[in-house]
Every structure is written in C-alpha cells, then in structure tokens.
Write a protein that binds this ligand. Structure first.
Ligand code: NAP
Length: 308
C-alpha cells in the first residue's frame, strides 16, 4: 500500500456544503483536504443562473458561485484535489480514505457527497439539459413566465413542484406513469384544485422534441401504447433523487433510502468524528443555501470535536 498522508479534516464532496465546510475549517486553522469527486462544484454546476442565493441581487451562474467558493476555501488554506473517493474505513480513528491510487487518514471526516437527481435516461433528455430540461423547479421555474411546462413524476416532489410552477407558467402538465399517486393526499388535493394544472396519467415521455430549446414532448400511453405530442417550453424531472452514499454502505448508518442519518439539529452521524452535511443527509430542503448552512454546522461540529 502506498504511504498515506494525514489530515486533521478531510471533506469528501465539493458542492456548497463541502466548500462551506472547507471555508470554516480552513479559517479555523485545520488546513482541510477537500476531495472533489467527479463533479467538482456538485449539482449547481449543471444549473444556469442562480437568483436565490443571498448576496447576489443580479444573480450568479452555478459554476461561478462554485468557483468563488473554492477560491475562498483555498485562500484560507484548504487543499482541494480533483479526486474521486473509492473506499473509506470508519471502523477506527484515524479514519482512512482511499482515492484513485492515493491513501489518506484523518481525525475527522465531513461527508458532503450530495445527491443526484434521477433522470429518465432517454437521449433527447441529455440533448436539452439546460435548454428546457431541468430537475429543479425552484432553481429554474422563474424562467418560464407565461409558458407551458411539464413535470414528470407522481410523488410529493412532482406535485409540489407542479403547484410551485403555476406561479410562473401559464399551464403545467403533470405526467405520471400510473393512475395512482405516491404523493400525499394533501399535495394531490392542492394540485387538483389548481386550475393551471392538468394531469396526464398512464403516460411516459417517449421523446423530448425541439430545435435549440425544447418545444414539446412525445407522450406514450402506458396502457394503449399510443403516442401523442404536446407543445411545452420546459420539462421538469421530479422522479426522485439518489443520495451519493454507495461507498459508505456498511460503514455508516443510512436510512432506508440511502441518506445518511444525522442526529437532529447537528451533523453528527452514528460514528464519532464523521459528520454529514448537504443533500447527502437532506431529502427535504435540497437548496444551495441550506446545504451551505449545514456545511457550516459540520465544520463547527468537527472543530468542537478536534478542539476537545
Ligand atoms: P418519490 O416519492 O420516490 O417519487 C418519485 C416519483 O417518480 C414516483 O411517482 C415514481 O413513479 C416516479 N418515477 C420514478 N422513476 C420514474 C421513471 N423512470 N419514469 C417515470 N416516472 C418515474 O420521490 P420524491 O417525490 O422526490 O419524494 C422523495 C421523498 O421526499 C418522499 O419521501 C417525499 O414524501 C419527500 N418530499 C416531501 C415533500 C414535502 O413534504 N413538502 C416534498 C417533496 C418530497 P411510481 O409512483 O410509479 O413509482
């Protein structure tokens, strides 16, 4: 085994949670190592304009915000490496972390590997990503004022986001592959009572159509197999998220959906010295600002442990 390098704090993941944790732990003098993963900057790097992050009245792009956070962390002594963690061992302290051929040990670990939106997996979805296809109504809904959009899914997210999108859009279709919803009754009632919402049940998106931007979707009926095309300007996926916790299975307590369990009101996991922040432990709020806030909490929780 190659020689390992020791750090007081290793942060796994580089979205707003991880980089905020890096800013705080580096300012506290811990010179953390940030292992960025295969998507440096996280989910925000695939969004366009961010208009709801406080402090940017004219908006800021996702990639720019993440570049700025990274620079801010480095300025105070964080070491940021483009490396994907492949294995961890939390069974004893110092903890060990394995990257691509590199080995590290740490007194404290902050996990901020985030979650990934689920996608349909069709070719046209990739083609129109950021050009009318989004997985975040809160981020991108504002760009669809007086336009027609379609939301995919039948869970709480789809119905909540569908209802939210009616604030901007002229018409919101909700397409679901069955005729029964997974969403809660209250969410269904709210969406059904909204005159701008139209449900398209027993249907799936077969293809997203357009030129430079999305102009419509081809819908396949899951019962009859029939295909219809409707005109829309935006397609919002709300078919769930998958927390990025594969490498932590068997090492740390996860809930039934794979999110890391944290002690309420803290970022502490079931392993003393391992903290989790951001979307990897949050299936409710999932915002850049809440992720950043929990990254700050993780840094303070880690500092408290290391100082005592
Ligand atoms: P979810 O409950 O897992 O629902 C995902 C939906 O997407 C399901 O209706 C599913 O259909 C559909 N789906 C999955 N893969 C699909 C595919 N390939 N093609 C078409 N449809 C597909 O996810 P979620 O709605 O994001 O909710 C996640 C958790 O957060 C839930 O526990 C939810 O209650 C919670 N949440 C709560 C709130 C709130 O309380 N305000 C808001 C949002 C989310 P099937 O039903 O056929 O499987």
């Amino acid at each position: 085994m190659a020689e390992s390098k020791h750090y007081k704090v290793i942060i796994i993941g580089s979205g707003p949670a991880g980089l905020t944790a890096a800013i705080y732990t580096s300012r506290a003098g811990f010179n953390p190592l940030v292992l960025e993963g295969d998507q440096p900057g996280g989910q925000l790097t695939i969004t366009t304009e961010i208009e709801n992050f406080p402090g940017f009245p004219s908006g800021i792009t996702g990639p720019q915000l993440m570049d700025d956070m990274r620079e801010q962390a480095k300025k105070f002594g964080a070491q940021v490496e483009f490396e994907l963690v492949t294995k961890v061992d939390f069974s004893k302290r110092p903890f060990t972390v394995e990257g691509e051929g590199n080995f590290y040990t740490a007194d404290a670990i902050i996990i901020s590997t985030g979650a990934s939106a689920r996608w349909l997996g069709i070719e046209s979805e990739k083609k129109y990503m950021g050009k009318g296809v989004s997985a975040c109504a809160t981020c991108d809904g504002f760009f669809y004022k007086e336009k027609d959009v379609i939301v995919v899914g039948g869970g709480d997210s789809a119905l909540e986001e569908g209802t939210f999108l009616t604030k901007f859009a002229k018409k919101v279709y909700v397409v679901h592959r069955r005729d029964e919803f997974r969403a809660s009754k209250i969410m269904i009632k709210k969406a059904k009572e909204n005159p701008k919402v139209e449900f398209l049940l027993n249907k799936v998106i077969d293809e997203i159509t357009g030129d430079d931007f999305v102009t419509g979707v081809k819908l396949k009926d899951t019962v009859t197999g029939e295909i219809d095309e409707i005109a829309v300007d935006g397609v919002f996926m709300a078919i769930g998220h998958t927390p990025n916790t594969k490498i932590f299975e068997g090492q740390i307590e996860l809930d039934e959906k794979g999110y890391i369990n944290t002690v309420p009101g803290t970022t502490k996991t079931n392993i003393e010295g391992v903290f989790a922040c951001g979307d990897v432990q949050d299936k409710i709020y999932r915002q850049a600002i809440t992720a950043a806030g929990s990254g700050c909490m993780a840094a303070l929780d880690a500092e408290h442990l290391l100082d005592n």
